[in-house]
Design a protein around this ligand. Sequence first.
Ligand code: 3BY
Ligand code: FES
Length: 433
Amino acid sequence: MAQAVKTKTSSRGKVSPARSEDQFAAVRTLFENRRAGYSLDAPFYTDPEVFAADMKGIFGQHWLFAASLAEIPEPGDYVTIDYGPYSLIILRTDEGVNALHNVCRHRGARVLTEPAGTTGNLVCGYHSWTYDAEGSLIHASSPGEINFDKACFSLKRAHSRVVAGLVFVCLAAEPPADFDEVSKIFEPYVAPHEIANAKVAFQQELIEEGNWKLVMENNRECYHCDGHPELACSLFPTWGLTEELVPPHLEDAWQRNVTAETALQERCNRYGLPYEVVEELDTRIAGIRISREPLDGAGESFSATGRRLSKKLLGDLRDFRLGRCSMHLQPNCWFHLLSDHVITFAAFPINEHQTLVRTTWLVADDAVEGVDYDLESLTYTWKQTNVQDKNFVEMCQQGAASPAYEPGPYMKSEYQVEAFINWYTQRMQEHLG
Ligand code: 3BY
Ligand code: FES
């Protein structure tokens, strides 16, 4: 879009206007030539210029999941997160959360270099320029320096919003207007788990050797879920099937699933928890899917028996048998909300062929490790599943790099992948003009 080119051409010392125009045209042509219903052409996964366009058109424009309040429970707590070239400080303050660009206004150094910590003021490690929690420059002494107006050199800010304990940021000057509507949809599903009052039991960081879109595509289908034997133990064997597709040997399992669904719906009604599936995949700027489903066995948690993995219920929840409430949001996150724990997943693109996937397990604040939960058991299913997903993503990245790769058709069971790609394509085409 003209806006992207203008930004580039007006910043001195960056890419020249001519090169920027060429880059813009080539990426736009890729979108114009895309075959609907098929996976993307290889450059969408392998080309640094498409990655640069994604960073502007998706990560530079839309609301992004950053962290949860459980990761920054007290004022002064912060995490630093990167979306491609952008680096942000997500700082808890007395009033809420500030998202500040982690780029010193002196000579551009990263102000904070640790992934997480607690700080009063923000002190750049290079020449000690010091900023307060709002990003205002409060200290920048240098011998003989006079008439230096500190007010002109505050840290740049991004927009931030906290919804039901989840922190979202938007890097655009004008954030998309529909986030209020989308947050009203998911707030009632997430709020009962009281994420703001939960604590981090464990955090896993996996660097996947794959483009961020492959990470998201893989998350949006369970066609490959035979590759997740530990997760499959928690799900009904008929998961993902419709009644007419159930083979004779799974008819009993189908009936158990139907019975469990009815019981779960009744329980949700009794406790005032929303049960309906929400599916607004490519119609909204944000894109959202929420579904609540029973789990097999005891139906309480992601364990082989379905039994609870933490003895403490989250928030004011009054029953362990709430199955799993799974939420997908475009472009970079998904969540599993259970009665005894919540798992947040965030994809942070690094470059065109690498993505950091950060998974965070949250339990009730008063749950004691070794007493109320065993960390290995709590994290087992999704640690295994994540490593398997990493492998699937990397298989695809390797395939996309081959001259023999060509886009293949999405199956019906991959409609959510197709919806994600359609969402991405539409937003990028709007952005590129
Ligand atoms: O449920 C999830 O989070 C998805 C489904 C398939 C891949 N991933 C395990
Ligand atoms: Fe931060 Fe110099 S670059 S104080």
